[in-house]
Design a protein around this ligand. Structure first.
Ligand code: ATP
Ligand code: MG
Length: 369
């Protein structure tokens, strides 16, 4: 078990910045996921923690020990890769015991540990098989058992489920979480799959172009995205460029008035955002409510639109609604979706929860002088 510190870690490959000034403290026993699009630097960051990639600058510490200059085998980490990479000619038992035999553990101790690990991953009785005699999911569980057998301080996972089919991914992600909880090991998990990240993490680091955009719990990053990238990458979101024009009400009822996409909208005020500021306004599709008889009581915002398209997705229906010349996505679930899939033409939408994100000076067009 260990507290893991990444301190201002950067990695450059020539002109490519793979990781930039990345800092993160991971608590003992915490499960942290690095989530982001392809090429954002997840694998590089993980491999720097493992010692498989040398950072251009920055330090890695496990508890109070600086491990930056230690080779991987001296860091006592367990690394689970996308593919199980088991030794094909060794039995399952010998694969699991491999790390211990390298450390010259006694044969009977190795055998006992292998049995314990097989039971832990739910595959006791499979020790004599060869890897080729296992399914893909079973192989990945053996890879996990092999990693856990040496009792590593930190568990590192690089997309361990992405080669498996969806049903297997869904069940194995909970097996991984369960094993991590039972062994109380600090874990860093890399994925580009949001639902996976949401299901298993204590905290999520949303990465973009080599840096951490936002670090927080699932609800933090979903309900309170801090940057346009997070608002657009996590879940679906309707984004409108706008400008704060004033404020309205006071106390709990205080609202920022925002002119966005030809609409005048009211949003809960956000610290540091005031009249005159350029903002991006985000509306989650599930927060837009189709008002049955046009009654907008209880909503800060009521807008009229025209249903352009209805997409039935099973548990939800997605409506594409033209509002003042902009298409908004509206997600409807429950029995209402069945009524709405028949419907076309005018609708009235009510909604409260808007997210305002300031357009930073850096992102604004340069002044023309
Ligand atoms: N050995 C290398 N040499 C040069 N560039 C590299 C090397 N390894 C990674 N990169 C670059 O660094 C960036 C980050 O790569 P990385 O593999 O960390 O991304 P990732 O987030 O894991 O992506 P994916 O989801 O596709 O696995 C990319 O632009 C990649 O091309
Ligand atoms: Mg990767």
């Amino acid at each position: 078990m260990a507290i893991v510190h990444l301190v201002s870690v950067s990695k450059r490959y020539g002109a490519t910045v793979a990781v930039e000034d990345f800092s993160l403290d991971i608590a003992d026993g915490e499960f942290v996921t690095l989530l982001g699009p392809s090429g954002c630097g997840k694998t590089t960051t993980l491999r720097i923690v493992a010692g498989l990639v040398e950072p251009t600058s920055g330090r890695i510490r496990f508890d109070d020990q600086d491990v930056t200059d230690l080779p991987p085998r001296k860091r006592n980490i367990g690394f689970v890769f996308q593919t199980p990479a088991l030794f094909p000619h060794l039995s399952v038992a010998d694969n699991i015991g491999f790390g211990l035999s390298v450390k010259k553990a006694r044969k009977d101790q190795i055998a006992a540990r292998v049995d314990e690990m097989l039971t832990m991953v739910g595959l006791s009785g499979y020790g004599a098989r060869l890897p080729a005699q296992l399914s893909g999911g079973q192989q990945q569980r053996i890879a996990l058992a092999r990693v856990l057998a040496t009792d590593p301080r930190v568990l590192l996972f690089d997309e361990p489920l992405s080669a498996l089919d969806k049903n297997l991914r869904d069940s194995l992600k909970y097996s991984i979480l369960d094993l991590q909880r039972r062994t109380r090991k600090t874990a860093i998990y890399v994925t580009h799959d949001q639902s996976e990240a949401f299901a298993i993490s204590d905290r999520i680091v949303v990465m973009n172009a080599g840096h951490a955009e936002q670090i927080g719990t699932q609800t933090d990053i979903y309900l309170h995205p801090q940057t346009p990238f997070v608002a657009e990458f996590i879940g679906a979101n309707n984004g409108l460029p706008g400008k704060v024009t004033g404020t309205d009400g006071s106390g709990d009822d205080e609202r920022s008035v925002v002119s966005a996409g030809g609409l005048t909208l009211r949003a809960r005020p956000r610290a540091g955002v005031g009249p005159g500021d350029e903002v991006l306004v985000y509306l989650r599709p599930e927060n837009l409510v189709v008002l049955p008889d046009g009654d907008g009581a209880g909503y800060d915002n009521v807008v009229d639109g025209t249903i352009e398209r209805v997409i039935f997705e099973g548990p939800t229906a997605q409506l594409r609604v033209d509002v003042a010349g902009r298409e908004l996505r509206v997600d409807v679930s429950g029995g209402r979706r069945l009524e709405l899939i028949q419907r076309h033409g005018r609708v009235r939408l009510g909604f409260n929860d808007l997210t305002l994100i300031p357009v930073t000076a850096a992102a604004a067009p340069p002044p023309t002088s």
